[in-house]
Design a protein around this ligand. Sequence first.
Ligand SMILES: Nc1ncnc2c1ncn2[C@@H]1O[C@H](COP(=O)(O)OP(=O)(O)OP(=O)(O)O)[C@@H](O)[C@H]1O
Ligand SMILES: O=P(O)(O)OC[C@H]1O[C@H](OP(=O)(O)OP(=O)(O)O)[C@H](O)[C@@H]1O
Length: 307
Amino acid sequence: MELIKDLPDRLLFAVPKKGRLHSSCLSLLEGADIQFHRKNRLDIALVKNLPIALVFLPAGDIAKFVGEGNVDIGITGQDMVAEAGSQDKIDEILELGFGKCRLCVQVPVKNGAAKVEDLVGKRIATSFEGISETFFREIDAKVAAANGTAGTDQQKKTELVFVSGSVEAACALGLADGIVDLVESGETMQAAGLHDIETILSSQAVLIASKKPKHPELVQTIAGRIKGVIAAQKYVYISYNVERKFLKEASAITPGRRAPTVTPLEDPEWVAVSAMVLKNNVAQTMDQLESVGAHDILLFSLQNCRV
Ligand SMILES: Nc1ncnc2c1ncn2[C@@H]1O[C@H](COP(=O)(O)OP(=O)(O)OP(=O)(O)O)[C@@H](O)[C@H]1O
Ligand SMILES: O=P(O)(O)OC[C@H]1O[C@H](OP(=O)(O)OP(=O)(O)O)[C@H](O)[C@@H]1O
C-alpha cells in the first residue's frame, strides 16, 4: 500500500481515534496547520504540508506506543499514561488544557463506605486496573498494619473487578461495593446514586513524546505550534486609549507578557495601549481599566501566537 511505503520517512503522531479527546485534538491539529485527509475507515493519514503521518489509535493505547518508541509523539490523557505505567518511558511535553477530569473512588450515597479504608476486603469495579491495584494494595497494607493482620491469614485483600465501560452501573447491579472511574461534572456519578470519597489522580490531555524520537526537530516544531494554539486560546489582545497621567495605573492592570505597547496619539495628553491579557478574567480587567479612566477599550481574539 502506497501509504505504508511512505511511513519510515515520516514522524508518527498518534491521535485518539474516538471518544472524549478526539474532537479537541482535531481542532488543535487544525490550529497548528497540520493538514491531512483521512480516508474513510483508515487509521493512518499522511500530512500534506509536513513529513508527518497521523495514526488514529484508542486513547488507552497511545502511551504504550509512544513509550515503546513505535510512535514518536501522541496526545492522550495523563490518566492513560499512568494506567499504562508509561510515565518513565515518555516525555510529557505539554499540558493541553482539555480533557480535564479526576479519577475517583466512588461509592453509593446510601449506605456506602465513608472512607477508602472501609472498602478493604470488598469489591471494586474499574477499567483502571493498574492504578486501582497500586492504590488498593497500599490501602490494604495500611489497614493490615493498623489492625495487626499484616502477613497473616486474616489480612484482607480488596478485590478488583475489571469492567470496560459504564462502570457506574456496577454498584447498582450488585457487582461491586465501590468503583474507580473518571469524574468531570459529576453528572454520571450522581445519576448512578454515587459520590466520590477520594481522588486518586487529576488528569488532562497531554502531548507526549518518545524518549528517543526518530525526528527530534519535528517534535520541537509540532510542540511549538501546539503551544502557540494553546496560548492563543488562553489570551486575548486588548487595546485602549488613556490619558498619559493615568498610564502607570492602567499599565499595572495590563502588564502584558513582557510590557504593554504604548503608542503616542495626536493629542499629546493621550496614549494608546495594547497588551495580551488572560481571557478568563478579561471582564474584570476591562472594569478595572474603566475605573482608572481608560476609554475606547477593544478586545481582539488571537488566532495563533508564539510566546
Ligand atoms: N468526562 C470526562 N471529562 C473530561 N475528560 C474525560 C472524561 N472522560 C474521559 N476523559 C478523558 O478522555 C480520555 C478518553 O476517555 P474516553 O471515555 O473517550 O475513552 P475511550 O475508551 O477512548 O472512548 P470510549 O469510551 O468511546 O470507548 C480519558 O482517559 C480521560 O483522559
Ligand atoms: O462527570 P461526568 O461529566 O459525568 O463524566 C464522567 C463520565 O465520563 C466518562 O465516560 P464517557 O461518557 O466518556 O463514557 P464511557 O463510560 O463509555 O467511557 C467517565 O467514564 C464517566 O462515566
